[in-house]
Design a protein around this ligand. Structure first.
Ligand code: 13P
Length: 340
């Protein structure tokens, strides 16, 4: 394993002012997004939409990497240029989602295990030859009074570590994504405890499976109140609880923590990241790897019309720029109104 190269790639992904665009929606998820703008989810529409995002002028100033879906890493832009090359020409590092989704966990009502380990070594070799330099694997955990079970936490940590070890062997930086879901009535304190347990199990499994943390990135949930909780924590409470949790649980050898947005509004996802970075002097970079919180305004502006491509690009660039500002704690809500 060439740990120096892995570590350099991980550091480039968390370069100051930059973060990741998660554009790796599976077939079912992208259909849901297109349904919201009444667009049919055809291969051409999916290509056109993602090409619009990747060709936004200067997007490489704010976006360090893009996570692609299997279909997209093989696709060409309308002019025949591979989409991977379109990204590289913007100085953006291509990445790939390699898990095959969260499936029901046997003997565990309502919990999931993420699948995709069978044949992963061979798939990683192919993805690397197609240009992928980093990968993503997402595990999910539901919070109720009784869940997640220790069983669910344990098997998902094991699978995340097996994935991460195979990635490093293949010369690909693994993004490990344990997502404690934000839906539910739970308090921020409960989210803190569950996230802490999940991170404990994860870093123990990564250690046991000989994963070198300098060549990994963490993509977690923020620690916040469940969306249906009657008591919603403020932006500063979320920032304080999140940073306290990661400081206690995430080793400083990890170059960066890149948050998922998890269904938060675009503005709140940016405000939370900004507030965390204002706390300053942290052992890792704190950045973003947002899907919905980066794409929602672009999708709405585009509406599937060629005539709206420029509007879609500007909406995306604007969101990317605001999250870039949040990297250094220099975002302010009035920037929401400024033209991009
Ligand atoms: P969201 O930011 O929409 O949660 O998506 C990020 C992601 O990649 C989830 O796996």
């Amino acid at each position: 394993m060439d740990i120096a190269t892995l570590s350099a790639t991980a550091k480039a992904l968390v370069a100051p002012g930059k973060g990741i665009l998660a554009a790796d929606e599976s077939g079912g998820t992208i259909k849901k997004r297109f349904d919201s703008i009444s667009i049919e989810s055809t291969e051409e529409h999916r290509r056109d939409y993602r090409e619009m995002l990747f060709t936004a002028p200067g997007v490489g100033d704010y976006i360090s990497g893009v996570i692609l879906f299997d279909e997209t890493i093989r696709q060409q832009a309308a002019d025949g240029t591979p989409l991977v090359k379109v990204l590289e020409d913007q100085a953006i590092i291509p990445g790939i989602k390699v898990d095959l989704g969260a499936k029901p966990l046997a003997q565990a009502n309502g919990e999931t295990i993420t699948e995709g380990l069978d044949g992963l070594r061979e798939r990683l070799a192919e993805y690397r030859s197609l240009g992928a330099r980093f990968a993503k694997w997402r595990a999910t955990y539901t919070i109720t009074d009784a869940l997640p079970s220790a069983y669910c936490i344990d098997v998902n940590a094991h699978a995340l570590a097996r994935y991460a070890a195979l990635c490093q062997e293949a010369g690909i930086v693994p993004i490990v994504e344990p997502e404690v879901l934000m839906d539910g009535e739970h308090t921020i304190e409960r989210a803190y405890d569950v996230t802490s347990n999940v991170l404990d199990a994860l870093y123990e499994a990564l250690f046991l499976q000989r994963v070198q943390l300098e060549g990994t990135l963490l993509k977690p949930n923020m620690v916040l109140s469940g969306y249906s909780c009657s008591q919603q924590a403020s932006v500063s409470e979320v920032a304080e609880a999140s940073v306290r949790c990661y400081q206690a649980k995430v080793p400083s050898a990890v170059p960066g923590i890149m948050f998922l947005s998890g269904g938060q509004s675009d503005e709140l996802a940016t405000a939370h990241l900004d507030a965390m970075n204002r706390l300053g002097d942290l052992p890792w970079q704190l950045s973003f790897s947002y899907g919905r919180a980066l794409q929602a305004p672009a999708l709405k502006a585009w509406k599937g019309e060629t005539a709206n491509v420029d509007a879609g690009r500007s909406a995306f660039l604007h969101r990317a720029k605001l999250n870039s500002a949040a990297r250094s704690g220099s975002y302010t809500p009035d920037m929401e109104k400024a033209a991009s």
